[in-house]
Design a protein around this ligand. Structure first.
Ligand code: AMP
Length: 286
């Protein structure tokens, strides 16, 4: 596995023999690599002869400076895992590589309603930051396919919109399922920041989603499903606040008055533990 820091070296690699004409799959990450990330890599390796992964902890998508400080950084361990997974090239740019002019010249995208609901409500500016960094990374890598995790479903919708509607890129967007710990907790780099009690209690997010999914049927009342979810999560000792638990249309995250035949729905949750914020979601009728 080649480890590449400078964008000019990445460009040389992309132009090299065996790479320049090959289909390239790309997995952008913020590091602290776990099985969730590795599942995206596995999918890319299945689909493409060349798989490129990036690690960049993007400051512009962190609304909480403490969250950025606490974010786990472990490049040596990560590169070992990625090498073992068969990644062809790991791109690890510096902040100056991504934002050479600091805050100047950074493009602010308009994602409409999608950026002001759910994660957008609780993490102001988050999707602006995500849009900025992914657009810059895509300029550098220009992949045929980008692999994104369902774990960050709203981010997937935002990036799909950015790629297809705003920038009209040739890149295909592929959504990959959530990888969970054996007890159901969605894998996340932030899980390692949980203390023992929080880690045990965190499984309640999965059991709540499963419970709501089990209560779903075509004539169910979305408000009632929401009530079941919120009530269950609020009863968990380590959960300080339930930021949201909602049932939404998978196309645009609009919240339905009733379920319509032929539409796809999912439940989404965000909870705040003492120092860690966790998100998760689950399709209800798929
Ligand atoms: P991150 O490093 O958290 O920015 O995540 C990089 C990519 O991995 C994103 O597309 C995430 O949605 C995806 N990802 C994170 N956790 C999981 C998981 N548990 N299962 C599948 N994909 C994940």
């Amino acid at each position: 596995m080649l480890i590449i820091n400078a964008p000019s070296s990445l460009s040389d690699y992309l132009g090299s023999e065996g790479v320049s004409n090959a289909r390239v799959g790309f997995i952008p990450t913020m590091g602290a690599i776990h099985e969730g990330h590795l599942s995206l890599i596995k999918q890319s390796k299945k689909d493409n002869p060349v798989t490129i992964c990036s690690i960049f902890v993007n400051p512009t998508q962190f609304n909480d400076p403490q969250d950025l400080t606490n974010y786990p950084k472990k490049l040596i361990e990560d590169s070992h895992k990625l090498r073992m997974a068969g990644v062809d090239a790991l791109f690890v740019p510096s902040i100056e590589d991504i934002y050479p002019n600091g805050n100047k010249d950074i493009h602010i995208y308009d994602f409409g309603k999608l950026e002001s609901i759910f994660e957008g409500t609780y993490r102001e500016g988050h999707f602006t930051g995500v849009g900025q960094v992914v657009s810059i990374l895509l300029d550098f890598v220009s992949p045929d396919v980008i692999y994104l995790g369902q774990k960050d479903y709203q981010q997937f919708l935002i990036l799909k919109h950015l790629i297809k509607e705003v920038q009209h890129r040739h890149t295909n967007v592929r959504l990959c399922p959530i990888i969970r710990e054996p007890d159901g907790l969605a894998m996340s780099s932030r899980n390692e920041l949980l203390n023992t009690n929080e880690r045990l209690d965190a499984t309640s997010i999965y059991s709540t989603l499963m419970n709501v999914k089990a209560s779903w049927h075509g004539d169910a009342d979305p408000k009632e499903l929401r009530r079941i979810g919120v009530t269950q999560l609020q009863s968990v000792p380590s959960i300080h606040s339930v930021e949201y638990f909602e049932v939404a249309n998978a196309d645009d995250l609009s919240t339905p008055e009733r379920f319509e035949p032929g539409e796809k729905y999912l439940a989404l949750a965000a909870v705040q533990m003492k120092n860690v914020r966790l998100i998760d979601n689950m399709f209800l009728n798929a």
